[in-house]
Structures are given as C-alpha cells and as structure tokens.
Design a protein around this ligand. Structure first.
Ligand SMILES: [Zn+2]
Length: 327
C-alpha cells in the first residue's frame, strides 16, 4: 500500500521526515502528550500500536516497552509507531481514568483541541497519529478491578474492505478468541472507523498484573501481524479462530453495561472466568454493607463468563461481569 503521506503531500505525518531506523519523539507537551517510538523502513504502510488508553492496564505497556527495547528489524517495509502509554495522567495515578478531569479516554474521541486534558490527548492522538495509520491496534486489559478471558476484537462495519482487513488482523492473534461487535462512540476504534483505518483491540487478563502467557501471545501475534501485512519478511498461516463471534447486539461488547451491582457492597461468590452459565444462574452476589441477605445477581444470558469483577468492593451500578454466548 502507498504511504498515506504520499497521497496528500501537504499534510504529512510527523514521521515522514525521519530517516530509516529507530526514533523517539514526544507528541504534545509535558502536561498533555505521549511518547512515540518509531521504526522507519522502506516506503510502505504505517502500523500504529498503543497501550494504556486506560491507566490501570499493564500487559500492553510491558509488551510495547519490550518491543522498544529489543526489536531492531533487519528488513522493514513501512513504518511502525508504538505508544506504550497513551494516557500518562491515568497511568501514573494507577487508575483507569485521568485524575485531572476524571474522563475516560475511551469515551471522548474524537477529542477536543481546547477541551480538558483527556479530550486534548484524544485530539492529539487522532490528528497527529491515527489519521495517518493504515492499520491500528489498541492493547487493553481488564485493568486492576476485573479479570478477562483474553480476546481480540473489532467493530463491525459496512465497509467490506475495512472489515476484511480487521478480520485478517484478528486472525494474527490466533491464541485468543475473537469478538466482532457494533461500534460504540468515543473509542479509539470508533475514531479509526471514521477515518477508514482497519483496527483491532486486544483484552488481556488484567487483575492489575501481567501474566507471562499474555505477554507471549502479544509478542507472537504482533510478529505474525508484521509478517502477514508485509512489514517484515516471512509467511504466516491465517485461519479464523474456532471461537469467533460476530454480533449485531450493540450492548453485547459494552462491558460496563452488563450485570450492574444492585447496591454498594462486598462482592461474593464470584463465577470463575471462562466458566459457563445458563441464563438465570448465579453470576455472583453483593453483600450490602448494611448487613442482611446477600443479593444474588444472575446471568442475563446463557454463555461463557468472559469478564468478571476481581476487586471485592463495588459501588451500585458498576459492572459485575459479562457473559457471552461463545460458539
Ligand atoms: Zn481498557
């Protein structure tokens, strides 16, 4: 694919001026900005990778910093841009959302150049980086408060070429199950969709930790992606994951929406991640701080538990988990 910069020479990405090799650049300033690491190869497409869109997710930043430290490809076609920590404010606070404005970076896209700090980060990322991408991957995880059965996902779209590109990218992550679902506003992926950039996201295990097996999957799958899309030499066999679900239900992949806690309290009797539940079977319980009976929360649909609360304190309305009818 031709470099996007060549299609519109008056509006080039910042990496266009960089020589072949490895570089670091800061986009934005100290307060509002992020560190970018750039591998420049022969002319070709641009792949953008980022992590820590949410500040309490550590697998993606760990993997991308390993890549920054160790990966020096002998033959590279195109440009690879890695942003290990997109949301520095939230990351340094160890929280999902930024401390300065309390906003969720995955809800404020396309952002606002004169808005709050989180809105400015979204605007910077979209206008300086994402709009010049040919492919995009955002590495998430369950964060400190939840555990996930790791998956790779993408937004369903009517653009057949973009959808096919996304399916091919997702197949590189062959050790994860695969989930296509309708787009929700404000995400990095919804910004990518508006820009016509094929995009995927991954969700690693979380629990505030970094599982070695997750790191291994991110390493292996990203190398497969680099080969499959011609950034580095080599061949890979791509087949659709056995557990692939493409859904038209706009609420299905909205993790914070399902099984809300009925009251403030202590989470008890938690269904283990990856186990099956029939609709109406208990998913977990919430013990009110005022005492009395534990309130059962039952599965709203039959399926596999793919997302579950690990932090045992919870506020009314926060999600206890997600059940998905996996094939
Ligand atoms: Zn996240």
């Amino acid at each position: 694919m031709q470099e996007k910069s060549q299609r519109n020479s008056s509006n080039r990405p910042f990496w266009h001026a960089l020589k072949r090799g490895f570089h670091r650049r800061r986009i934005g300033n100290r307060g509002t900005g992020f560190e970018c690491f750039i591998w420049r190869g022969k002319p070709g497409p641009a792949l953008v990778l980022n992590a820590a869109t949410h500040g309490d997710e550590y697998e993606g930043p760990t993997f991308l910093h390993e890549l920054v430290r160790d990966w020096r490809p002998k033959a590279l076609t195109g440009t690879v841009v890695a942003i290990p920590v997109l949301n520095e404010d939230a990351f340094l606070a160890g929280r999902r959302c930024a401390e300065s404005d309390g906003k969720n970076l995955a809800r404020v896209f396309p952002g606002n150049a004169s808005g709050t700090r989180t809105e400015r980060i979204a605007h910077l990322f979209r206008t300086r980086v994402l709009r010049f991408a040919d492919y995009y991957a955002d590495f998430h995880s369950a964060g400190a408060a939840y555990e996930i059965l790791p998956w790779v996902g993408y937004m369903m779209t009517d653009d057949a070429d973009v959808l096919e590109g996304q399916r091919k990218m997702a197949r590189c992550f062959d050790r994860y199950w695969c989930w296509g679902a309708p787009g929700l506003p404000g995400r990095t992926l919804s910004a990518a969709a508006e820009l016509g950039v094929p995009a995927i996201y991954t969700e690693s295990r979380g629990c505030g930790a970094v599982a070695q097996e997750d790191l291994e999957v991110l390493r292996r799958s990203t190398m497969r992606l680099l080969k499959a899309f011609g950034f580095v030499p080599g061949r890979v066999r791509l087949t659709a994951q056995e557990a692939t679900r493409e859904s038209g239900d706009k609420h299905e992949a909205h993790l914070q929406w399902q099984h809300p806690a009925p009251c403030d309290g202590l989470v008890v009797d938690v269904a283990p991640i990856g186990t099956k539940r029939k609709k109406g079977q208990p998913l977990c319980g919430v013990q009110p701080l005022t005492g009395g009976k534990t309130i059962r929360v039952n599965a709203m649909r039959s399926g596999t538990v793919v997302f579950i609360r690990r932090q045992r304190s919870i506020r009314k309305g926060e999600s206890l988990g997600t059940v998905v009818p996996l094939p």
